[in-house]
Design a protein around this ligand. Structure first.
Ligand SMILES: NC(=O)c1ccc[n+]([C@@H]2O[C@H](COP(=O)([O-])OP(=O)(O)OC[C@H]3O[C@@H](n4cnc5c(N)ncnc54)[C@H](O)[C@@H]3O)[C@@H](O)[C@H]2O)c1
Ligand SMILES: CC(C)[C@H](C(=O)O)[C@@H](O)C(=O)O
Ligand SMILES: [Mg+2]
Length: 350
């Protein structure tokens, strides 16, 4: 008996299509070792589509994507400052619209330093942590406005929305994850000394849920101090739970300390499975290197491993991770084309 998984594939912009081509090759080579049959549907979305049609993501597109079991996305967005693309129209209208509409309240971003990968840190220690970034609230909700725009008296607001329901569900997910991991440690990262209302809500919920997980040790860091420890002692972290914006910034830093943004994978998870979860590299469309086969597809390939894990295919996911690890440990400082990296990883899985 086989199990059919309907996968919406959104290659997107810039390096998105280049890295997704390699991720799909890896998926295609690993899936026959499972009982899965993957039915892929490509969706042509992103800057090009916007420039051609003025449309970013129609209700029909959204409905069609929602009928899939999962989404694999490359990256979306144009060159920052491109006058043809209003700021945020692709990011908000496509990427965040998917995350919000499909209730991706857990943005899961694991970090490890693979053997042989050179960290810019002199003494990184053993780095193996997961950032559980809240995905549907915070300053990302788009609840803002501007008054007297363009005048010296302009006022620009972006409201950060934090609901007890939204915070509790992501905190519970983070505790559940911490309880399953070896070190069983959870760090709340926030800015409770300044953002006192949101900070108080997050702290109280973490304290309350902690009572149900006596086996998990809990600590707290302000976001600014957390960035210090990411650089001076990243080995201290196990599971980090934080809000949408802090999590965005921390996870680019996590990528940088662990070998680069080309290696950082993520899952936008709807743990209830009411909606398809979405797997994507943490990086963006990298207009500076797009179309040149210079992008590292490893993050997209590791996102495929997260997808397989999400559906319970831990062994297939481990095979992909192992093939990536082997490739990275042999890679050294050799510069390879995007498709050569994909092919080398595929060859290890064949
Ligand atoms: N999830 C997403 O779709 C996503 C994420 C971040 C940024 N963006 C969008 O992407 C566009 C560019 O944003 P940015 O420049 O701030 O961030 P970026 O992540 O695209 O690029 C930052 C730097 O990292 C490099 N880089 C990124 N991915 C790489 C890879 N796989 N291999 C090698 N180098 C890589 C780029 O060349 C660039 O120098 C913007 O429109 C932004 O909004 C989209
Ligand atoms: C492009 C942008 C909306 C997105 C975010 O801020 O979440 C990106 O930076 C990411 O980390 O996935
Ligand atoms: Mg980001």
């Amino acid at each position: 008996m086989s199990r059919t998984l309907k996968l919406a594939v959104i290659p997107g912009d810039g390096i998105g299509p280049e890295v997704i081509a390699e991720a799909v090759k890896v998926l295609d080579i690993v899936v026959p070792s499972t009982d899965l049959v993957i039915e892929k549907t490509p969706f042509h979305l992103g800057v090009e589509r916007f420039l051609e049609t003025g449309d970013v993501l129609s209700e029909d597109d959204l409905a069609a994507i929602s009928r899939h079991d999962a989404i694999l996305l490359g990256a979306v967005g144009g060159k920052p400052g491109d006058p043809r693309i209003p700021a945020g129209i692709i990011e908000r209208g496509l990427l965040l619209k998917l995350r919000f509409s499909l209730d991706h309240y857990v943005n899961l971003r694991p970090t490890t330093i693979f053997p042989g990968v050179v960290s810019p840190l002199a003494h990184p220690g053993t780095v193996d942590f997961v950032v559980v970034r809240e995905g549907t609230e915070g300053p990302y909700v788009g609840n803002g406005g501007a008054l007297r725009q363009g005048t010296p008296h302009e006022i620009a607001n972006e409201l950060s929305v934090n609901t007890a329901f939204g915070v509790e569900r992501v905190v519970r997910y983070a505790f559940e994850l911490a309880a399953k991991r070896e070190r069983k440690k959870l760090t709340l990262v926030h800015k409770t000394n300044v953002l006192v209302n949101a900070g108080s809500l997050w702290s109280r919920i973490v304290d309350a849920v902690a009572n149900e997980y006596p086996q998990v040790s809990v600590d707290y860091l302000h976001i600014d101090a957390a960035t210090i420890f990411f650089v001076t002692d990243p080995a201290r972290f196990d599971v980090i739970v934080t809000d949408n914006l802090f999590g965005d910034i921390l996870t680019d830093l996590a990528a940088a300390i662990s070998g680069g943004i080309g290696l950082a994978a993520s899952g936008n998870i709807n743990p209830t499975n009411a909606f398809p979860s979405m797997f994507e590299p943490v990086h963006g469309s990298a207009p500076d290197i797009a179309g040149q086969q210079k992008a590292d597809p490893t993050a997209a390939i590791l996102s495929v491993a997260l997808l397989l894990e999400h559906f319970g295919y831990a062994e297939a996911a481990a095979r992909v991770n192992d093939a990536v690890a082997a490739d990275l440990s042999e890679r050294g400082t050799t510069v390879r084309r995007t498709s050569d990296i994909g092919d080398a990883i595929v060859a290890r899985l064949a």
